[in-house]
Design a protein around this ligand. Structure first.
Ligand code: PEP
Ligand code: MN
Length: 343
């Protein structure tokens, strides 16, 4: 439910509405706008209270109108927050006009590999360095990541090449350690519905990249974002990375590009696209990256490796540095064709 105040509502009238909402044990959210304030109710309202509450609040001094939010998610919805959310980390803004590229290896394998990738992606225009230290592998015998050693390398590479860093967190107990080494925390597709992890990230100070679950609907994904937002962390970046495929013969997952405009309509949160995990094959990454920008994505998350055949993880979908460099040129043209920039 959203209570829109009149443009000339006084601070006391606004406070009275907030107090009335909290007197029902509901969470009131003050949303000051350019011309007027709105107050949102960020809790589930018991069905038998809905109409009475709407009438009660509608009759209070300074109230213009009361509208019901039709979606189960509140803080993630555009109804609650009409303007686009822009998340700025160390001077890099995600969700603004500029399309932001995050690139780097799937897994941090060592200093030489990470630093070579970092240097190259920076040189060709990426603003964010990706690299996994804790890898959620399907096979328990596969390389699981360098852990804390990987995090230290990521931090060092970020500082050396002036790149914002993003890395995956798979366990809420690692939060302090991961947060001490990375600028953005990533929730992988496998953990989109790990609610204790989402709740812990809601209390973190870093922005969170929330990947869409492999079989998650758009509403389930936005409700997962709501878990983080509800704890007070307003910086959630949604990442479409492909959903369970009909045909695994040619691509690893199916990139749901229509999710981009759909989520942009339903939510104010920035949306980025990971074509690497969606395709599972480097040959298709360029096409899907261009399509993602044309579809309105605010950024891309891509795997780039100095020597893909020798990668310890996801080499088949990783771009070589030269391929990444030429793709970035094409992406600039697509961005400008759709009224966006890409530096
Ligand atoms: C990743 O980005 O490193 C990753 C594991 O991706 P996903 O969670 O989308 O599978
Ligand atoms: Mn990967």
């Amino acid at each position: 439910m959203i209570v829109a105040m009149k443009a000339d509502a006084t601070p006391d009238e606004i406070q009275a509405v907030v107090d009335r909402i909290t007197s029902f044990n509901l969470k009131a959210l003050n949303m000051p706008g350019g011309e007027r304030t709105a107050i949102g109710i960020a809790s589930a309202i018991p069905p038998d209270l809905r109409e009475t509450l709407a009438e009660l609040l509608g009759a209070m001094p300074g109230v213009d109108r009361v509208t019901h939010v039709s979606r189960a998610y509140k803080l993630a919805s555009r109804e609650f927050h009409p303007a686009d959310t822009v998340i700025t980390v160390k001077g890099v803004s995600i969700g603004a006009n500029e399309v932001v590229v995050a690139a780097g290896p799937c897994a941090i394998e060592g200093r030489e590999q990470l630093f070579e990738a970092a240097k190259a992606v920076k040189e060709h225009g990426a603003k964010i360095l990706r690299g996994g230290a804790f890898k959620p592998r399907t096979n328990p015998y596969s390389f699981q990541g360098l852990g804390i050693e990987g995090l230290k390398l990521l931090k060092e590479a970020g500082e050396q090449f002036d790149l914002v860093t993003v890395t995956e967190i798979i366990d809420q107990h690692d939060l302090d350690t991961v947060a001490a080494h990375a600028d953005i925390l990533q929730v992988g597709a496998r953990n989109m519905q790990n609610y204790p992890l989402l709740t812990a990230l809601g209390k973190a100070t870093q922005p969170v990249v929330l990947k869409r679950g492999i079989s998650a609907t758009i509403d389930e994904w936005l409700l997962a974002a709501e878990y983080i937002l509800a704890q007070g962390n307003e910086s959630v970046i949604l990442c479409e990375r492909g959903v369970h495929p009909l045909d695994r013969e040619h691509t690893r997952y199916t990139l749901d590009l229509s999710a981009v405009p759909v989520v942009k309509t339903l939510s104010h949160l920035p949306v980025i696209v990971d074509p690497s995990h969606a395709c599972g094959n480097w040959r298709y990454v360029a096409s899907m990256s261009k399509a993602a920008i044309a579809a309105g994505a605010d950024g891309l998350l891509m795997e780039v490796h100095p020597d893909p055949p020798r990668a310890l993880c996801d080499g088949s979908q990783s771009l070589r540095i030269e391929t990444f460099a030429s793709l970035m040129k094409e992406l600039r043209a697509v961005a400008s064709a759709v009224g966006r920039s890409l530096v």
